[in-house]
Design a protein around this ligand. Structure first.
Ligand SMILES: [Zn+2]
Length: 449
């Protein structure tokens, strides 16, 4: 069974339902747009996307929405969202996440933020939304889990949050950038140590005779992933806290490939980009899936989303976008690999010109909520200070528990240090950190090595 679809967004003119040719734009809207955006409309790129999937188990799900508005009725607040959910042990977690994640993200961002603040608030909102989605799903089912690769594109800004081993890779300016995690135990000693410390058993499958085979897995259950949404039956230490990366494209634009491990087990990112070069997104996605299946056979659900981001060249008479202190801080370079044909591409003049290069803005993959929720953004207004940072319920002033509270170090607590969690989310946090055994799970711990 295979499926395909494609769609196109017209960038700055496609935001509103009434965007007819030559229709007058109300002044109030222009003013709001200026305040909300601070950026020129010419910076809005065109997006073209395509999807292709070959199913084996029917546990891959996708989300493609080119026109979302974070402020309803304000086209300048539009953004696009793409998600890939590769389920395991059933499709419940994948379907639940597909249906609820975006709402949970938007609910975790205060209303009325300007565009800079919205972009700066996104990494924290993504963490809160992943954890809330996981927590809410636990009230529905114990088994089934899903990888999540969720991509938000706002103008030239790309923000990717991911758990599990589906991947999002970007090709821009001749280079390939990895924008997602690889939360397989085999890929991260740090994650093996974290899960072991929290009471999980990580080891390879033992066959008769003592030989160990296959990838590193968490036992019992044999999950290869260290992070996911769902999987409550495996243990709370399989956390839903995503790696978040945020970049800003240059006006040269770029192409994103978001694909499940069925693709990446067969193809390197270089091969995936090369085999689909110059094809529009729908045939490109089809070509990538077919190349993967030809190489390894259809052993797993194999799904691919291709998104082309085509930016217009910025009008040189326009003032340069002003860098804001909150974001635009160069955190670090990551996963950057030059592909062979990029050597002639020179940035020698960059210091003297528009800084029109791909900029890496944010990257954090830490599993600790105390770090991931602790941000100066968003600055909530005074009336909404007491809100659970994960589930967004209102708290009475004496109900909130500081996200910095550490029950293993009583006395270190400063209860007035926000952000705050409700009692239920605090229990979830402690369970994720191995400080509280999951309900109904009394597995003994110990090394299998
Ligand atoms: Zn809560």
């Amino acid at each position: 069974m295979s499926s395909r679809s494609g769609s196109t967004s017209g960038g700055s003119t496609g935001g509103g339902s009434s965007a007819g040719g030559g229709a007058a734009v109300p002044l109030a809207l222009l003013l709001r747009r200026e305040v909300a955006s601070e950026r020129t409309a010419s910076e809005r790129p065109e997006l073209h996307s395509g999807l292709f999937s070959q199913a084996k188990k029917g546990e891959d799900f996708t989300f493609l929405k080119l026109e979302c508005e974070r402020v309803p009725g304000v086209p300048s607040s539009s953004f696009s969202a793409f998600g890939l959910f590769d389920g395991h042990n059933g499709n419940g977690a994948a379907i639940y996440t597909k249906e609820n994640l975006l709402n949970n993200i938007l609910n975790a961002v205060p209303a009325d933020l300007n565009r800079e603040d919205w972009l700066a608030a996104l990494p924290r909102a993504l963490v809160a939304a992943f954890v809330k989605t996981d927590k809410d799903f636990q009230t529905k089912a114990r088994s089934s889990g899903t990888t999540v690769t969720f991509v938000i594109i706002d103008g030239l800004f790309i923000t990717v949050a991911s758990v599990g081993d589906s991947r999002c890779v970007l090709q821009a300016e001749g280079s390939i950038y990895h924008l997602s995690s690889d939360h397989r135990f085999d890929a991260s000693k740090e994650e093996v140590d974290r899960v072991t410390k929290c009471g999980g058993d990580v080891g390879r499958l033992n066959v008769v005779g003592g030989a160990e085979i296959g990838p590193l897995r968490c036992w019992p259950g044999g999950l290869c992933l260290s992070r996911s949404i769902g999987d409550q039956d495996v243990g709370e230490f399989i956390v839903p806290v995503p790696l978040v990366k945020q970049v800003k494209l240059s006006t040269a634009g770029g192409r994103l490939i978001i694909a499940s491990d069925g693709v990446w087990d067969a193809l390197s990112p270089e091969v995936a980009f090369n085999c689909s070069r110059e094809l529009p997104p729908v045939p490109a996605a089809e070509q990538i899936v077919k190349t993967a299946v030809q190489s390894k056979g259809l052993r797993d659900d194999t799904t691919c989303i291709v998104v082309d981001i085509i930016a217009e060249k910025t009008n040189p008479s326009m003032p340069l976008p002003r860098r804001q202190p909150g974001i635009g801080v160069f955190k670090n370079m990551f996963g950057k690999k030059k592909s062979s044909d990029s050597s002639s591409h020179s940035h020698a003049d960059r210091e003297y010109m528009d800084p029109d290069i791909l900029e890496e803005i944010f990257e954090d993959g830490c599993a600790l909520l105390s770090r991931r929720l602790d941000s100066e953004y968003p600055v909530r207004n005074m009336f909404k200070l007491f809100i659970c940072a994960v589930c967004q319920i209102e708290l009475k002033p004496n109900q909130g528990i500081s996200v910095h509270e550490d029950s293993s170090e009583p006395g270190s607590l400063r209860r007035w240090d926000g952000p705050f969690l409700c009692q239920s989310c605090q229990e979830k946090k402690e369970a994720m950190e191995g400080k509280r055994r999951s309900r109904g799970s009394s597995r003994n711990s110990g090394s299998s090595e």
